[in-house]
Design a protein around this ligand. Structure first.
Ligand code: CA
Length: 154
């Protein structure tokens, strides 16, 4: 076999195997009130809860950290009851820096607010990491401040 044919065959093999090994693009699938992240294998609440049931999501629908954690624990959504607050690392996976206001995939219904995580600041356990979905910035906020929540499972 001529050398150049052999080289082309090897190149084709490399291209094919790299195509197979490439990770799938981030995929969020909307399933009613839930969004499935097929890369992380987790489910998210699609929209922040309308706490006062007035049909609008605004500052009246924010929670303290304790309240937000209790809300997720008691949430019964999509036939599942194992909802919880996300860790900082988990919530960060939702940030889409290619867009803003909100900086999140269009599968979600979101505002620009600050969202709670489970993650306490190592030096001060009254402070919690939160993520703003306006531009995807991180903030450290007091547990007693009021912010939005989006629960995750499992
Ligand atoms: Ca409301």
């Amino acid at each position: 076999m001529p050398d150049h044919v052999y080289t082309v065959r090897i190149l084709v093999c490399i291209l094919l195997s790299s195509a197979i090994a490439m990770p799938a693009a981030a995929g969020f699938t909307e399933q009613g009130d839930i969004v499935f992240d097929d890369q992380q294998g987790v489910y998210w609440q699609r929209r922040p809860p309308d706490r006062n049931s007035d049909g609008h999501i605004d500052r009246h629908d924010r929670w303290t950290w304790q309240e937000a954690g209790a809300y997720c624990q008691s949430l019964d959504l999509g036939g599942h009851e194992d909802w919880r607050l996300p860790s900082y690392e988990e919530l960060e996976t939702l940030v889409d820096y290619t867009t803003h206001s909100p900086a999140i995939d269009a599968a979600f219904a979101s505002n620009n607010g600050l969202y709670w995580t489970l993650s306490e600041l190592a030096e001060d356990q009254d402070k919690i990491w939160a993520v703003s979905f306006q531009f995807g910035d991180d903030y450290v906020v007091h547990k007693d401040s009021r912010n939005f929540v989006r629960c995750i499972r499992p």
